[in-house]
Design a protein around this ligand. Structure first.
Ligand SMILES: Nc1ncnc2c1ncn2[C@@H]1O[C@H](COP(=O)(O)OP(=O)(O)OP(=O)(O)O)[C@@H](O)[C@H]1O
Length: 310
């Protein structure tokens, strides 16, 4: 069975709400695919449809070419983290995993392996009801790994993790992908996915907005702009704007220049004897790339009247 998730033409309505509107994408082996979109875009519904918790009105979702419901030992094919709060509070983390393992014909050895992999050793014998959100995420991750699946699908796994936990999770997800697994990870915060996801599936209002490599999206959002650092900001702005460039202030002593290459900017500043300390091709962050892609997709956006006055 190949490590992939394939979603084709999914449509799903909840009453008058169209949650999924003809959504298609593929998650491939060997990389972390970020699954992102504004609130209400349809990420959770897509994941619920993939595992059969919601039925699609139209379209199909398959794991390695087969519908989830047809998999005999599903945990050995697809590991999921969908709702970290869904556990029996009086059971210890280890007992929760033992119970899950038992249902799939797996032994206690495998449980202890995933407890170690998820960094849960010190808490495994405590009641799960007393776990912090971060510990619940680790327990959810341990459960997802139980069947050593080729495909992982994790809904907001960074939620509730402290900065150290976020760094750990990033490395962990990269390592799982490096082993050849297909890893789909939903997130609200692009900064969490930076340095982790190499591919992004962006959705908005139940439709596909972008399905592309992270490097490609960042290059497109960087748009040939130049970042310039100078103490003589107003002089630089005047000279560059005079030649038709669009110049905006980006922070205290930095300008972003669109419409001219780095060489042209250097030549103009030298000619006008304007000093500068740094000049470089602008590299957009994943956050900027995402904001550009989803500008028209936000379901709940503050109207101009609601925005705080400056
Ligand atoms: N059980 C349900 N009943 C009614 N409407 C629902 C239900 N589940 C989801 N929706 C609606 O479907 C749309 C998609 O919701 P979904 O939770 O899939 O989005 P999401 O991208 O996961 O959002 P978030 O980032 O806020 O978690 C939303 O408009 C939501 O209100």
């Amino acid at each position: 069975m190949d490590a992939s998730i394939e979603v084709a033409g999914l449509r799903k309505r909840f009453g008058a709400t169209v949650a999924l509107d003809g959504l298609s994408f593929t998650v491939t082996a060997g990389q972390v695919t970020g699954f992102v979109g504004p609130n209400g875009a349809g990420k959770s519904t897509t994941m619920r449809v993939i595992v059969g918790l919601d039925a699609a009105d139209e379209g199909s979702a398959t794991i390695g070419g087969r519908p989830y419901a047809s998999l005999r030992h599903p945990l050995s094919h697809l590991g999921t983290l969908l709702d970290a709060a869904a556990l029996q509070p009086s059971r210890s983390g280890r007992n929760h995993l033992l119970w899950l393992a038992h249902s799939q014909g797996l032994g206690a050895k495998r449980v202890d392996d995933v407890i170690e992999q998820a960094g849960l050793q010190s808490a495994a014998r405590r009641k799960a009801g007393g776990y912090s959100l971060g510990m619940r995420q680790r327990l959810g991750l341990a459960a997802a790994l139980l069947g050593d699946p080729a495909v992982l699908m994790l809904d907001e796994p960074f939620n509730g993790l402290d900065p150290e936990g976020i760094v750990w999770m990033r490395g962990f997800l990269r390592a799982l992908a490096a082993e050849g697994r297909a890893v789909l990870v939903s997130s609200h915060l692009m900064s969490e996915l930076q340095d982790t996801a190499t591919h992004l599936v962006v959705i908005g209002r139940g439709q596909l907005v972008a399905d592309a490599g992270v490097a490609e999206l960042i290059a497109a959002a960087s748009g040939g702009r130049v970042t310039l650092r100078t103490a003589a900001r107003s002089d630089a702005m005047r000279v560059l704007a005079h030649s038709g460039a669009t110049v905006t202030m980006s922070d205290r002593d930095a300008l972003t220049v669109a419409g001219l290459g780095t060489g042209e900017v250097v030549a103009m500043l030298n000619e006008a004897a304007i000093p500068f300390t740094e000049i470089s091709a602008h590299r957009a962050t994943l956050e900027e790339a995402y904001m550009e892609l989803t500008r028209d997709q936000v379901e709940f956006r503050a109207t101009a009247a609601e925005e705080p006055s400056r």
